[in-house]
Design a protein around this ligand. Structure first.
Ligand code: PRP
Length: 187
């Protein structure tokens, strides 16, 4: 039992399902990029760290091209939990991405505002191609349409935590994805 189990109302995606989906996404990407000599994976901190770690290893195992791993941290100017679409870079890419095949590795697409900004940013840095793999998507929450080529799971617009997703910086280490009991965020 983890300390967090008592705070979870129900599990919506198990560890096994996360593993299987990650392998499936890695296989698709490996097949689509079979002819390139390298991929640059861009992880958007912090929520995507678990997925980045597992996805990049799967990609290697299923015969994908060699990957370089980059990390960015961004923060959206906005009130509370609502993204405004105006993004500030807290940690930029460490190296030049010009001419590289880039894949953005995201945990979740919610309103789409962060990703929409990020795609423009990466294109302005002259990436050769930019695609997105997102493990989760909340289809009902989308405010701006964003081209997400690879999507793991569509999830309900509820308070989900785990596998990188937090509530107030906690629950990221939960190995499954679950819905938080309302009393936790009503405390
Ligand atoms: C989450 C997630 C995306 C963004 C998606 O990050 O990792 O980057 O929100 O939301 P949007 O589609 O509405 O723009 P968050 O700002 O919660 O930071 P975190 O990853 O550090 O938890």
């Amino acid at each position: 039992m983890g300390w967090y189990d008592a705070d979870i109302d129900r599990v919506i995606i198990t560890e096994e399902e996360l593993r299987a989906k990650t392998a499936e996404l890695a296989k698709q990407v490996a097949a689509d990029y079979a002819s390139v000599d390298g991929l640059l994976l861009v992880c958007v901190l912090k929520g995507a760290v678990m997925f980045m770690a597992d996805f990049s290893r799967e990609l290697g195992k299923v015969g994908g091209p060699p990957a370089e791993l980059e990390f960015m941290a961004v923060s959206s100017y906005g009130q509370g939990t609502t993204s405004s679409g105006v993004v500030r870079i807290l940690k930029d890419l460490d190296r030049d991405i010009a001419g590289k095949h880039v894949i953005v590795v995201e945990d979740i697409v919610d309103s789409g505002l962060t990703l929409s900004w990020l795609l423009k940013y990466l294109e302005s840095r002259s990436a050769k191609s930019v695609d997105v793999v997102a493990l989760f998507r909340k289809p009902e929450a989308i405010k701006v349409p964003v081209p997400v080529k690879y999507v793991g799971f569509d999830i309900p617009t509820e308070f989900v935590v785990g596998y990188g997703l937090d509530y107030s910086e906690r629950y990221r280490e939960v190995p499954y994805v679950g819905i938080l009991k309302p009393e936790v965020y009503q405390r």
